[in-house]
Design a protein around this ligand. Structure first.
Ligand SMILES: Cc1cc2nc3c(=O)[nH]c(=O)nc-3n(C[C@H](O)[C@H](O)[C@H](O)COP(=O)(O)OP(=O)(O)OC[C@H]3O[C@@H](n4cnc5c(N)ncnc54)[C@H](O)[C@@H]3O)c2cc1C
Length: 401
């Protein structure tokens, strides 16, 4: 790319996928299956390294079983071909060798994403752009989207066009401000650090009395508490934590035979085991973990939570917020809102679908209702794959002008 904005002759692109994480990879795979042969797909990511699973969570234990990662990795023909043609042992054959009914470290899932990425980048229908999308607008007279794409290294920009754009740009840990009046505000410790034990260990001093506030009670919060306990037993003997939790009882995923209660919001795998054994109810009072972690009761409403923060937060040196993940605003001026049933977007003013614009992944998940009426957002490799298999055939239907 040169240093000024150029328009690449990419009018032949049938679709553009923005993002190279688990969702972007799955969208490329599904588009290859659904678009006519020889259609070209543009694929944009600044790194092409499997998104946040590889960048941030390789040391995190998975909350899904190995067979779900395998079903994702074999979900479309293009993926199966990559697994077959990549020299063995490869990340997919290694994943196959793990117990299928157990969870695993996310490094195995991350390695699989890397193999699939490399295979897709070599696919003759895929045109890749190692860059970021900085703007996107619909040129309605041509019925195409025009994307501005910037290469961070050279700062060069170019414009590419396609009738279909799928955003799979992920989500980032959310944070909220603390109530006014704290006598001391602890230093914010990014959730991406506290979820990664090797980085966590390097970030905080080893031989000082350090107290970390942990806010939240779902999967990420429990994994952080487990990391703190393990560091306190190995390398950081003076490390302690205050756990700010609204939940008196924790919520677990429950296998109901042919469906899973709280499949997307309940604790699973190692986090569930650690919570059951050490944290839940009055367990903390009797477990070894209770010598390291103290629970701060934030239940009862906003005012009670504020009081708990005012009293207990100033005693923390650091605080990590594990309260969920937020989507970054899309790089486009037009206001749009996501339709969690179709994977499309709607214009919030007219309520009409925005032609050719789609999303998937943790930033744009499917909304699901379980057999007892709980509404959840379906986040996970296999869930992205199932959703895409249902909706991508509709995405590629001819777009009305
Ligand atoms: C702590 C944690 C543990 C999880 N564990 C599991 C698990 O065990 N099993 C499971 O199935 N799921 C798990 N998930 C859920 C989910 O699979 C991951 O969040 C996954 O990373 C989501 O993939 P994604 O593609 O939506 O987003 P990401 O992985 O975040 O990828 C987004 C990509 O988009 C790129 N991007 C962003 N903006 C732009 C732009 N403007 N232009 C170009 N590219 C852009 C980024 O560089 C990135 O590569 C976990 C999630 C978290 C947070």
């Amino acid at each position: 790319m040169d240093n000024h904005c150029t328009t690449k002759q990419t009018s032949e692109l049938a679709a553009v996928v923005v993002g190279g994480g688990a969702a972007g990879i799955a969208v490329v795979g599904n588009l290859l299956e659904q678009l006519p042969p020889n259609s070209k797909i543009g694929w944009i990511d600044p790194l092409f390294q499997g998104g946040r699973i590889n960048a941030k969570y390789r040391e995190v234990p998975s909350n899904t079983k190995v067979h779900h990662f395998l079903s994702y990795g074999e979900g479309v023909e293009a993926f199966r071909k990559i697994a077959e043609t990549t020299e063995k042992p490869n990340a997919i054959s290694i994943l196959k060798g793990l117990p299928h009914d157990d969870t695993c470290s996310l490094q195995y899932a991350g390695d699989m994403l890397q193999v699939l990425t490399e295979g897709l980048l070599k696919h003759d229908q895929v045109t890749s752009f190692k860059a970021s999308v900085t703007d996107c607008e619909r040129i309605s007279q041509d019925s195409v989207w025009s994307l501005t794409v910037r290469d961070e290294a050279s700062q060069a920009t170019q414009r590419i066009t396609a009738p279909i754009v799928a955003y799979c740009t992920g989500a980032f840990p959310s944070t909220v401000p603390f109530p006014d009046g704290l006598s001391r505000v602890p230093k914010l410790l990014d959730l991406d650090i506290t979820l990664k034990p090797s980085l966590f260990a390097e970030t905080i001093p080893r031989d000082q009395d350090i107290c970390i506030g942990v806010i939240g009670a779902s999967h990420s919060a429990i994994l952080v508490l487990r990391n703190i306990f393990e560091l306190s037993q190995k390398s950081h003997p003076k490390l302690r934590a205050r756990w700010f939790s609204r939940a008196k009882r924790l919520k677990y995923a429950e296998d109901k035979g042919d469906w899973i209660l709280y499949d997307n919001t309940g604790l699973k795998g190692i986090a569930a085991q650690f919570a059951r054994e050490n944290l839940d109810g009055d367990r903390l009072l009797h477990s070894e973990v209770g010598k390291i972690i103290t629970r701060v009761d934030c239940s009862g409403g906003v005012e009670q939570e504020r009081e708990a923060y005012l009293k207990e937060m100033p005693g923390c040196d650091y605080v990590t917020q594990a309260i969920g993940y937020n989507t970054k605003p899309l790089p486009m001026k037009q206001e749009v809102s996501f339709n969690h049933e179709t994977g499309g977007f709607i214009d919030p003013k007219t309520k009409e679908p925005v032609p050719g614009l789609y999303g998937a992944g943790i930033g744009f998940p499917e909304r699901v209702v379980d057999p007892v009426g709980n509404v959840e957002y379906a986040v996970g490799f296999i869930k992205f794959m199932r959703f895409l298999k249902r909706v991508v055939p509709r995405w590629v239907e001819p777009i009305p002008n």
